[in-house]
Design a protein around this ligand. Structure first.
Ligand SMILES: Cc1cc2nc3c(=O)[nH]c(=O)nc-3n(C[C@H](O)[C@H](O)[C@H](O)COP(=O)(O)OP(=O)(O)OC[C@H]3O[C@@H](n4cnc5c(N)ncnc54)[C@H](O)[C@@H]3O)c2cc1C
Length: 367
């Protein structure tokens, strides 16, 4: 029987914990989620999960088959959750997305993967103050997620499945898991987001340079919208700021979050008032339905970026005070896709866990 520690209480850690408990009922004797921050905590902008939009709109543009599989699986699960679990904070919405005619059509549209897919008329593109000779629009079914409600739902499912949840001070190095738990776990799943590089600096020094923040900037408004809107490439007339785009996601409980910004490597916690007014002005121009919207909150937060993309792999680190090693499956650095890839990635974590439990030489998991 195995004792597992999942380090991290964000969507990556919680989804991994839940899938491990479901897949290894007979193998896992004890599973503990260990983290400094949990849903309901808003003091740490480097705890990303509470601050997400959050919707499903896959970012894969370069044919990365593995990432497409992760996003596909997660789309199906999130849609099922929206149908089955009314109170989990996931709700179906139609997304209207507008993109330059010069950009490649995303895989989920080209392959007809998403449900309710339809190209928008030139009239609708024009009604959004976009030029149909430059821009095309599509709509399809996706979800909006209220992060705090959803992550608390995940915790309730973990506890129901026999897992435990425990808060700790920020660990300085990953081997401190052993001191905190008082034993060497059979497996640690490392889901520490944008802090992962620092946590691994002694055992995996290159990771410190690989992990970086991607700053986001969000306004919250009271008003509702019956659909989501994304405009990826803002027209010149918007006079938008660098790295600015528009996304408006209604939340299941009402009101919308309005973004946004994706600024790589920017760790500043300040809310830029110029960017806030630009986001609001651009939203009102393209979404006249929200022309009298009232902002009740603004915030910045850091997506966990990583050079080379998310790290899902297995490491074995020596432990100074023990004869055994620390077996670790990593799941960090997912950037702006933590929710929309969560189940696909968690299933992959399960594949690596199987290798750790059974001592097999190769990862048996195939998506
Ligand atoms: C503005 C914005 C909008 C977004 N919109 C979307 C969206 O629409 N769709 C989508 O899919 N994603 C979206 N994201 C991205 C998504 O929020 C992230 O990908 C996701 O939250 C990352 O989750 P995580 O669990 O990997 O990391 P985190 O949520 O940061 O969790 C890390 C956990 O590790 C713990 N931890 C870290 N270091 C230590 C340590 N040393 N010791 C102990 N505990 C530690 C923390 O306490 C925390 O519990 C958005 C993000 C932002 C900022």
């Amino acid at each position: 029987m195995s004792k597992v520690v999942v380090l991290g209480g964000g969507v990556s850690g919680l989804t991994s914990a839940l899938c491990l408990l479901a897949q290894f009922k007979d193998t896992i004797e004890e599973l503990t989620v260990l983290a400094s921050e949990y849903p309901g905590d808003y003091h740490a902008p480097d705890y990303t999960s509470p601050w997400a939009g959050a919707n499903w709109c896959s970012f894969v543009r370069d044919g990365d088959k593995l990432q497409i599989q992760r996003d596909k699986l997660t789309y199906d699960v999130l849609l099922q959750l929206a149908d089955r679990e009314q109170s989990c904070g996931v709700k179906k919405y139609c997304l209207k997305t507008f993109m330059s005619r010069n950009s490649a059509v995303p895989w989920y549209i080209k392959d007809g993967f998403v449900k309710g897919l339809k190209e928008l008329s030139n009239e609708e593109v024009k009604s959004r103050k976009l030029d149909p000779s430059q821009v095309r629009g599509f709509e399809f079914t996706t979800v909006s997620i209220n992060p705090t409600r959803y992550n608390n739902y995940l915790i309730s499912q973990i506890v129901k499945a026999g897992g435990a949840v425990r808060r700790v001070k920020r660990l300085d190095t990953i081997d401190q898991v052993v001191d905190v738990m008082g034993y060497v776990p059979s497996l640690v799943v490392n889901c520490t987001g944008v802090n992962a590089g620092k946590l691994l600096r002694e055992v995996d020094p290159n990771e410190q340079d690989r992990v970086y923040p991607v700053k986001g900037h969000i306004l919250q408004i009271y008003e509702d919208l019956p659909y989501q809107v994304i405009i990826e490439d803002l027209p010149k007339e918007d006079n938008a700021l660098p790295n600015q785009f528009l996304n408006v996601f209604p939340r299941p409980e009402g009101g919308c979050i309005v973004g946004g910004l994706a600024a790589k490597g920017d760790y500043s916690k300040d809310i830029d008032p110029e960017l806030s007014s630009s986001i609001l002005r651009v939203m009102k121009r393209h979404i006249p339905e929200l022309s009298t919207a009232t902002v009740y909150n603004s915030y910045v937060a850091f997506r966990p970026g990583r050079k080379g993309g998310v790290r899902i792999d297995f490491s074995e680190y020596p432990l100074a005070k023990h004869v055994s090693t620390l077996k670790v499956v990593h799941n960090y650095g997912i950037g702006g896709s933590g929710y929309q890839s969560s189940y696909g990635i968690a299933m992959e974590v399960c594949g690596y866990a199987e290798r750790a439990f059974l001592q097999r030489p190769k990862c048996p998991f195939k998506l």
